[in-house]
Design a protein around this ligand. Structure first.
Ligand SMILES: [Zn+2]
Ligand SMILES: [Zn+2]
Length: 742
C-alpha cells in the first residue's frame, strides 16, 4: 500500500521487519503499526523498537522469510482461542469449501498452545504436521492478504483432521461428519453420556436438564459432590438459568471462553444434581467449531465436565480415553488432531464486580505476565502441592503454567514433571534460581530441592500468596497483607492460615494472626470437620469443655462416640496434633455445626456450602478480640464468637442468619487487624490473597469495609487467590531477592 519493500520474519525474539522506501512512507507505516488500527484482532504489540540500518542491496518486493529458531524464545506461543465470527460464518455457508468442517480456524482463532510441541511456532512443530495441506489451503496459507496467512493449524475437509463416533469399546459407529454430529446429538438428547474430544482434552457430556442422566454421570465418574460446568451455544439460553449482567456477558463471549460462575436463577430448570450446595452455576459458551455443530442440532445445555476419573489429570489422548473412560461414557466423539498439551477449562468469578480467575488454564496459558524490570537470572518456581501451577521468570516475563492439579496423585505428579520440561523448552528457560515452599513434606519442595546446580530459595506460603498480588500489580511493597487459607507451613513449624503480614517482595514480618488452636490427625483434619471443631471447642471452653456437654452438637457431625473420644484424647495429650491459625478449618467447623455436612469431599466444599446459605441484608456480627503484646504478633481471638454462635444454634436462629453473622465477624476481625497494622506501620495498601478469598461474600464485604476506611485494596485477578497463585508469588520473590543479592 505504501510501496515499501523488504522482508519480515518471526524468530524466537519476536517479529523483525526490514523496510526500504521513502522516509515519509516508512514513518506512516510505523504510525499505522503503533496505532494498531489495521492489526489482526488477536495481535498485540507489547513493545516496538525501530532503527535505521544500512542498505546492502535494494529489495524490489516485500517477502516473508522463514522463521529462525536460533536465539531466545520470547512468548511466541500463544493461548488457544475460541472460534471467531468469520470462521463461524464460513462454516455456515454452503458455498464455502469449509462448510460444516469441524476444525475450521484462521489466524484469529483455533488451537495454539495445546498443539505446539516445540518452538518456533510453525506447522512442523505442531501436531498438525501429519496433515499435508491441500492446494486450496496452501494458497490461503501463503497469501499475505488472506485471513489464513500463516495460520499453522489451517485445514479443510479434504486435507485436515476428521471426526468419528465410536461406542464405548472404540468400535466406529459413524464416520461421515454430518452423521457423526446428528447421531451424537441424538444420543445426548436420549440421556446418554458422550466423551467428546475438544481443544485441550476430553469432556464428559450429558444433558444438563436430565437429572437421572447427570446422576449416572456422577456415579460413574466417582465425583459425588463437586459442581459440574455446563456449555451452551447462546447467551440467551444461559439467561434462562443464571443471572448474567453486562460484565458476565463480556466474559462469557471473550475469545478465552472461560467457565464463568454466575448466580443461579431460582426458577432454573437445570437438574438439581448439576451443582448442589453452591449458589452459582458454571457456564461457558461453545469455543470450537465442533461444539457449534453439535448445538446446532437442537441441544439445549450440556454438562461438560473434565474427562477424567476422580482427581487424575484431564485425558487428551484417544487411546487413553478409551481405556479410562469406557466405564463412564456410552459413546466417544473423537478426532485425529492430537492434543499435545492437556489444558483444562479456565474458571472465572466476580469479586467486587471484577472478574477474577479461579483456575487459569485454556485461553490464558501460556500468555506471560509482564514486569517492568527484568529478572537478573531465569527462575523456576515450583508452586504448592494443591491446585498446583508452576511459574518461570525470564527477563520481563512471568510465565505461569496451566492448572496442573493436586500433586499427591501419582499421575498428576508425573504430569507436573513433564509439564515443567515442556514449558521450559517452549520459552527456553535455563533456571539458575529455584524457589519452592517452606513445607518439607511438599512434593513440589522435594522436586525443587532435587534440581542440580541451582540455588534454592524456600518461601513461606502466605508470603508467596501476598507476593502474587504484588507481582500482578507491578508493585514491590511493603503492604499490609491479609493471607487467609486452609494450610500453609509457618516459619515456627505451626500450620498458618489467617495471617496479617507486613510484606514486600524482599521480606515479611508476621504482624498478626488468628490465635492458635490444636488440630488432631494432620491429614484428616482438612477433610473431617469434627477435628477442627473439637480443637476450637477446647480452645474456647478450656476446662469447661466436656464431650457430654457438647454431645448434642457433636452428634450431628460425628455420630461415632468412640471417635469423638479418641480425637478428644489426642488433643488433650497432644498426640499427632499441630498448632494452627487456619481460617479455612474454622469455616469447616461452622459449616458442620450448621448441619451442612461434616466432610470436605473436595477442597472447600463445606466453606462453599456455608457461603451458599447466607441470608442477605444482615449486618450483625459476633464479638471478637484482638489481643496484642510487645513480644508477640497481634492475635485474633474468636472465643466470644464461638460461644455466641453456639447460643444462636441452641436458640434455633436460622442457619442463613448465623452464616451471615459468622462471615461478617471474620470481615470485621480482618478489618481491625488491618487498622492496627496501619496505625503501627503507617501503610495504607491492603493486599488480600489465599483460598479463603475465593469466598465472594466475605471478600466483597471486606473490600467494601476496607475502602470505607480509606484503605486502598488489591486482590488477585490474573491468577487464582487459592494455591494456584502461589507459584507466581514465589517467582516474583525469587526474582527480587536475586536482584538485590547480585
Ligand atoms: Zn477464525
Ligand atoms: Zn485443505
Amino acid at each position: 500500500m505504501l510501496g515499501l519493500t523488504g522482508f519480515v520474519y518471526n524468530d524466537t525474539k519476536g517479529v523483525t521487519i526490514e523496510l526500504q522506501g521513502p522516509q515519509q512512507n516508512i514513518a506512516e507505516f510505523l504510525t499505522c503499526l503503533r496505532s494498531g488500527t489495521d492489526k489482526p484482532p488477536l495481535a498485540e504489540i507489547k513493545s516496538l523498537e525501530s532503527s535505521d540500518v544500512a542498505t546492502i542491496e535494494a529489495d524490489d518486493k516485500f517477502v516473508i522469510r522463514k522463521s529462525d529458531s536460533a536465539g531466545t524464545a520470547l512468548s511466541q506461543v500463544t493461548a488457544d482461542i475460541a472460534t471467531c465470527r468469520d470462521c463461524l460464518a464460513e462454516m455456515a455457508d454452503s458455498e464455502d469449501f469449509r462448510y460444516r468442517y469441524p476444525f475450521i480456524n484462521c489466524t484469529n482463532c483455533g488451537p495454539r498452545y495445546s498443539i505446539v510441541k516445540s518452538v518456533p511456532y510453525d506447522r512442523p512443530n505442531t501436531t498438525m504436521s501429519v496433515f499435508a495441506m491441500c492446494d486450496r489451503c496452501v494458497a490461503q496459507y501463503k497469501d499475505v492478504a488472506d485471513r489464513r496467512f500463516h495460520a499453522q493449524p489451517v485445514a479443510c475437509g479434504a486435507c485436515g483432521p476428521k471426526i468419528r463416533l465410536t461406542d464405548s469399546e472404540g468400535k466406529t459407529i459413524q464416520e461421515e461428519t454430518d452423521k457423526v454430529i446428528s447421531e451424537t446429538a441424538r444420543l445426548l438428547m436420549a440421556g446418554k453420556i458422550v466423551a467428546i474430544k475438544g481443544l485441550g482434552g476430553f469432556h464428559l457430556a450429558v444433558d444438563a436438564l436430565n437429572n437421572e442422566a447427570v446422576q449416572r454421570l456422577r456415579q460413574r465418574k466417582r465425583r459425588d459432590h463437586k459442581p459440574f460446568a455446563m456449555m451452551t451455544d447462546k447467551i440467551e439460553k444461559i439467561r434462562k438459568y443464571a443471572v448474567v449482567n453486562e460484565s458476565g456477558q463480556r466474559l462469557l463471549e471473550n475469545s478465552q471462553r472461560p467457565i464463568v460462575l454466575l448466580p443461579k436463577r431460582e426458577d432454573s430448570k437445570i437438574a438439581t444434581s448439576v451443582a448442589e450446595g453452591v449458589n452459582t452455576f458454571g457456564f461457558m459458551l461453545c469455543y470450537t467449531p465442533l461444539h457449534y455443530l453439535l448445538f446446532a442440532e437442537g441441544l439445549e445445555v450440556l454438562v461438560m465436565t473434565s474427562g477424567n476419573i476422580l482427581d487424575e489429570p484431564l485425558i487428551c489422548k484417544n487411546e487413553k480415553a478409551l481405556e479410562r473412560l469406557s466405564c463412564v461414557a456410552d459413546a466417544f466423539l473423537m478426532h485425529d488432531r492430537e492434543i499435545y498439551r492437556q489444558v483444562d477449562d479456565s474458571i472465572v468469578h466476580f469479586i467486587d464486580g471484577e472478574p477474577v480467575l479461579l483456575r487459569r488454564a485454556r485461553g490464558y496459558v501460556p500468555t506471560p505476565l509482564l514486569t517492568d524490570e527484568n529478572a537478573p537470572v531465569d527462575v523456576f518456581a515450583a508452586g504448592a502441592d494443591l491446585k498446583n501451577t508452576f511459574c518461570f521468570a525470564k527477563q520481563n516475563q512471568l510465565i505461569c503454567s496451566e492448572h496442573i492439579g493436586d500433586l499427591e496423585d501419582a499421575e498428576v505428579y508425573h504430569h507436573y514433571v513433564n509439564s515443567i520440561e515442556h514449558l521450559r523448552g517452549l520459552f527456553e528457560v535455563e533456571p539458575k534460581t529455584v524457589v519452592c515452599d517452606l513445607h518439607p513434606g511438599y512434593l513440589s519442595t522435594q522436586y525443587a530441592l532435587s534440581i542440580p546446580n541451582a540455588r534454592v530459595i524456600q518461601v513461606q506460603h502466605h508470603w508467596a500468596h501476598i507476593a502474587s498480588v504484588l507481582a500482578e500489580h507491578g508493585l514491590s511493597g511493603p503492604v499490609i497483607g491479609l493471607s487467609c487459607d486452609g494450610t500453609g507451613y509457618g516459619i515456627d513449624e505451626a500450620i498458618w492460615g489467617c495471617e496479617c503480614l507486613i510484606a514486600s517482595l524482599d521480606d515479611f514480618e508476621r504482624f498478626g494472626h488468628l490465635v492458635y488452636y490444636s488440630l488432631a490427625g494432620a491429614d484428616k483434619a482438612s477433610k473431617e470437620a469434627v477435628r477442627p471443631l473439637l480443637g476450637l471447642l477446647k480452645k474456647t471452653y478450656g476446662d469447661d469443655f466436656g464431650l457430654e456437654k457438647f454431645r448434642w452438637l457433636l452428634e450431628r457431625i460425628e455420630p461415632d462416640k468412640d471417635k469423638q473420644q479418641i480425637i478428644s484424647e489426642q488433643l488433650d495429650k497432644q498426640i499427632n496434633t499441630v498448632e494452627t491459625s487456619s481460617l479455612g478449618r474454622v469455616f469447616d467447623a461452622v459449616a458442620a455445626m450448621l448441619s451442612l455436612g461434616s466432610y470436605n469431599h473436595f477442597e472447600a466444599q463445606l466453606p462453599m456450602a456455608l457461603e451458599a446459605i447466607i441470608e442477605s441484608g444482615i449486618e450483625e456480627y459476633y464479638d471478637f478480640e484482638l489481643i496484642g503484646s510487645s513480644s508477640k504478633p497481634l492475635q485474633l481471638h474468636l472465643d466470644k464468637m464461638l460461644r455466641q454462635l453456639i447460643a444462636d444454634i441452641r436458640e434455633k436462629t436460622a442457619a442463613g442468619v448465623i452464616s451471615a453473622k459468622f462471615h461478617n465477624t471474620v470481615a470485621a476481625g480482618l478489618l481491625e487487624m488491618a487498622k492496627a497494622a496501619r496505625k503501627s506501620k503507617r501503610l495504607n495498601t491492603v493486599v488480600l490473597s489465599g483460598g479463603v478469598f475465593c469466598n465472594r461474600y466475605l471478600t466483597t464485604r471486606l473490600v467494601r469495609l476496607l475502602k470505607q476506611n480509606d484503605f486502598s485494596v488489591l486482590f488477585n485477578r490474573d491468577v487464582p487467590s487459592n494455591d494456584g497463585g502461589v507459584s507466581l508469588g514465589q517467582a516474583a520473590i525469587a526474582a527480587s531477592l536475586t536482584k538485590h543479592q547480585m
